[in-house]
Design a protein around this ligand. Structure first.
Ligand code: AMP
Length: 283
């Protein structure tokens, strides 16, 4: 496994497989890897001849009062997981090289980036779209794998690659959960044991909404009220949003169907967690 820091070196490494017709599979991450990331890497291993993992905590997708400085990091552990998943190249650029003095270009995806996390974290998806574009230009992947855990991020990236004719296939992968249902996230490491218990309210809310949908409930007003109520029972939980939206364009709905997305963002203490489900899809 090669560990590469320099952009020019990574670009040079990516050109050889391209010339030889070997496929590059790419998994971009912010590190502190867990089983969710590993599921993307294992699928990437199957889909590509060369598997590239990037680890970059992208400063421009964090707001001023967000957790850029406290984002968990453990490179040695990340290397072990990467190695076990068959990664060929780990690309770890520096922020100074990604965003040198004078940097002033950004990628903005409009409507689909506006609701949900886009409403709470202004410019977040500009930061995501910009860094993913840069990483695609550096790594030149044939296929890039993203988790449905970040559902809106995946939608933004799909839109961007179609709109800008980027020659890359985007693969969306299912959410990997802990045994008790908590969606895996690097940020879970910041939860105290008590907060870790409180965090289960997200999955409880998702399960209840799915059960009510399965029992025939279709009203967003009813489902949203009951979903919120479950989270509000947890005193440590502060809701950023609980929304039912059309799973394709993320438009608002009054009546749900099997393609409806339930998206949640909830703060547990200092840690902001997101989770989601599409009502008609398997958990
Ligand atoms: P991150 O390091 O949090 O930026 O995540 C890197 C990639 O891993 C993104 O495409 C995420 O959607 C994906 N990912 C994170 N957590 C999970 C999970 N629990 N299940 C599946 N994919 C995940």
């Amino acid at each position: 496994m090669q560990i590469i820091n320099s952009i020019i070196h990574m670009q040079a490494l990516a050109i050889a497989p391209e010339r030889e017709g070997r496929r590059i599979a790419f998994v971009p991450t912010m590190g502190y890897l867990h089983e969710g990331h590993a599921s993307l890497l294992r699928e990437g291993r199957k889909r590509g001849d060369v598997l590239v993992l990037s680890i970059f905590v992208n400063p421009i997708q964090f707001g001023k009062n967000e957790d850029l400085d406290s984002y968990p990091r453990d490179m040695d552990r990340d290397f072990q997981i990467a190695e076990a998943c068959g990664v060929d190249i780990v690309f770890i650029p520096t922020a100074a090289e990604m965003y040198p003095n004078g940097f002033q270009t950004g990628v903005t995806v409009r409507d689909i980036a506006l609701p949900l996390c886009g409403a709470i974290r202004p410019r977040h998806f500009d930061g995501v779209a910009t860094v993913v574009t840069k990483l695609f230009n550096i790594v030149r992947p044939d296929v890039a794998l993203f988790g449905c855990k970040d559902y809106q991020q995946l939608a933004v990236i799909r839109r961007m690659t179609v709109d800008l004719n980027m020659p890359v296939e985007i693969a969306g992968m299912p959410i990997v959960r802990e045994a008790d249902g908590l969606a895996m996230s690097s940020r879970n490491a910041n939860l105290s044991p008590v907060e870790r218990q409180s965090a289960l309210c997200l999955f409880r809310a998702i399960k209840t909404a799915r059960e009510q949908f399965a029992a025939g409930e279709r009203s967003v007003a009813v489902l949203a009220r009951e979903t919120r109520a479950i989270i509000e029972q947890e005193s440590a939980a502060v809701i950023d949003y609980v929304e039912f939206r059309d799973g394709l364009l993320l438009h608002e709905q009054d009546v749900v169907d099997s393609n409806t997305l339930l998206a949640l963002a909830v703060k547990i203490g200092q840690t902001r967690l997101i989770d989601n489900t599409v009502l008609g899809e398997e958990l």
